[in-house]
Every structure is written in C-alpha cells, then in structure tokens.
Design a protein around this ligand. Structure first.
Ligand code: HEC
Length: 121
C-alpha cells in the first residue's frame, strides 16, 4: 500500500502548488492595479496613458527600453532620482519623490509588463 502514500502525497503537493500559484497571480494583479493607477496619476502626463509618449515626454514603448539596456533598477532609479536628458530631447525627467517605495516598485512592474505585451522583453 506504499503507492497509496505516494498518490496522496503528490495530490497534496500539487494542491499546494496550485494555491501558491494562485497567490502569485493575485499578488501580480494587485501590483498591476496599483502600478497602473500610479502611472496614470504621476507619469501619463508626460509618457501618455498608453505609454505612447506626449509633447512633454518620450514613449516608454520603445525597443531600447528592453531589460538588458534599462534594467528594473535603472527604471526605479529614474523614478526616484530623475534622469538627465540623454536619449530624447524633452529635457530631463524630474524625480518623482512623492511615490512610496511600494508605488515605485508597482509602477516599474506595470511598465515592464506593458512592454512585454508589446514584445519588448
Ligand atoms: C515631467 C515629465 C515626466 C514625468 C512626470 C515622468 N517622466 Fe519619465 N521621462 C521623462 C523624460 C523627458 C524622459 C527621457 C529622458 C531622456 O532619456 O532623454 C523620461 C524617461 C523615463 C524612463 C527611462 C529612464 C532611463 O534610464 O532612460 C522611464 C523608465 C520613465 N521615464 C518612467 C517614468 C515613470 C514610471 C514616471 C511616473 C512615476 C515618469 N517617468 C514620470 C519625463 C517624465
């Protein structure tokens, strides 16, 4: 009857995995919701509601914003410390110091996942 133990163990384990991955999805969705609302409040005026850019700032849907050129850390640094003008000619990006640490992480997560949806990964 040893096999019965295995069957039960593997059923329990796969059940745990399902719960864990559902939890991950819930957390991701919460981060995305927060990130999107932060983006619309603090970023869209320059970067556009669809990350398409405006007269005041560049699009973020841009091939050079792939992670190997601009890491998540760099994105977060840009938000927290600002960036001098270097790729575009809109002037520097001012630091967005009003964001909490969690809001900064959430907005980076949101921008990254939107870039991925556009095949920029
Ligand atoms: C006042 C306009 C303005 C606002 C508000 C603004 N940005 Fe920017 N952002 C810019 C400009 C201009 C650049 C381009 C700088 C360059 O490369 O020349 C930029 C660049 C960036 C970059 C690329 C950074 C890099 O290292 O090259 C990211 C990521 C970014 N912005 C995200 C955000 C996010 C997220 C927010 C909101 C929390 C935000 N920006 C708010 C103007 C703005």
């Amino acid at each position: 009857m040893r096999w019965l133990g295995w069957v039960i163990t593997s059923l329990v384990l796969s059940g745990c995995e399902t719960v864990a991955s559902q939890r991950d999805n819930t957390r991701d969705n919460e981060l995305l919701t927060l990130g999107r609302s932060v983006f619309l409040t603090y970023c869209a005026a320059c970067h556009g509601t669809q990350l398409e850019g405006t007269d005041s700032g560049p699009p973020l849907i841009w091939n050079l914003y792939v992670p190997r050129h601009h890491s998540d850390r760099q994105f977060k640094k840009a938000i927290q410390e600002g960036v001098p003008q270097h790729h575009w000619s809109f002037g520097p990006m001012p630091a967005q110091r009003q964001l909490t640490e969690m809001e900064a992480d959430a907005v980076v997560f949101y921008v990254r996942s939107t870039l991925r949806q556009h095949g920029i990964r």
